[in-house]
Design a protein around this ligand. Structure first.
Ligand SMILES: Cc1cc2nc3c(=O)[nH]c(=O)nc-3n(C[C@H](O)[C@H](O)[C@H](O)COP(=O)(O)OP(=O)(O)OC[C@H]3O[C@@H](n4cnc5c(N)ncnc54)[C@H](O)[C@@H]3O)c2cc1C
Length: 246
């Protein structure tokens, strides 16, 4: 059978669900044969109520392109959020969801792209960046890469064990988590929002200015981080952004 066209809707079963943080859960969808994507891309999900009402939202893929097991999405529950409520409170393993994609050709990274690479994520904005980090690891690449991850508290940090382990490998991946509302952050975590000083420290540790920078999160986070990057002197063309809304 032919693979469905990339932007056709297809029904995929939920194969696994895992709570990541008090506000974020991962939902894995079965990965159909021939479904290929690049790190950083997203999919659209569409929900249809019994009366025909439909709601559609975009979700970044957290898995690496090399992960055959399933398509991992990580969904943050928003106050009064229509689709995120459904995915947290209603969706269950075995249910099917309508999906189309993969989508997006600008916010993508492959190991053959120029280095070093700087990733800057706020909250669930780390999801597409995690796909890039995982892609680098699965390919055994030595690309100098730094992930600057901003969250409110330690409990909000997504994928801390996985990221700490990858950073401990000492193969050129550095992880810089920082917490804005944790007066005494745990060992290894910074305190405060991302600022010019922290950014300068991360870029110094990369060894050279990043050839590519990816910034992802809520609108205000992306705006603030991008301003800092431009003020630091990074060329606008080297900065790619993805806004989740808000
Ligand atoms: C390319 C792309 C990729 C995305 N990837 C992810 C992802 O990996 N994980 C994820 O959790 N979300 C992701 N989002 C956001 C997602 O598409 C939805 O916007 C989000 O889940 C809210 O949908 P909802 O139906 O629950 O809330 P809605 O019912 O649409 O909105 C509820 C309230 O929340 C506000 N709001 C909407 N979005 C945000 C936001 N991001 N931050 C703060 N307030 C908001 C609305 O203004 C409204 O007041 C992505 C968005 C885009 C465009």
């Amino acid at each position: 059978m032919d693979n469905p066209p990339r932007l056709a809707w297809q029904e995929l079963a939920i194969s696994r669900i895992e709570t990541r943080t008090p506000r974020v859960r991962s939902v894995w969808l079965e990965r159909p044969a021939g479904f290929s994507f690049q790190a950083g891309q997203h999919v659209d999900l569409r929900l249809t109520a019994p009366d025909g009402y439909q709601a559609q939202r975009s979700y970044s893929i957290a898995s690496a392109p090399e992960d055959a097991a399933g398509i991992e999405l990580a969904i943050e529950r928003l106050e009064e959020g229509e689709v995120s409520y459904f995915l947290h409170e209603v969706a269950a393993v075995g249910d099917t969801l309508e999906l189309r994609g993969p989508i997006g050709g600008h916010f993508v990274w492959t190991v053959s792209d120029p280095a070093p690479v700087l990733l800057v994520g706020g909250g669930s904005g780390v999801v597409p960046l995690l796909s890039m980090v995982r892609h680098r690891a699965r390919r055994g690449a030595a690309t100098p890469m730094a992930l600057l991850q901003s969250d409110r508290t330690a409990a909000d940090v997504l994928y801390p064990d996985e990221l700490a382990k990858l950073a401990a490998a000492g193969d050129g991946f550095r992880w810089w988590p920082t917490l804005s509302r944790e007066p005494s952050p745990p060992a290894g975590f910074g305190h405060g929002r991302i600022d010019a000083q922290l950014l300068a420290r991360v870029i110094r540790a990369l060894g050279a200015p990043p050839a590519l920078t990816f910034v992802c999160g809520a609108n205000r986070f992306v705006e603030a981080a991008t301003t800092l990057l431009l003020d630091h002197g990074l060329p606008p063309a080297s900065i790619r952004t993805e806004r989740f809304g808000g």
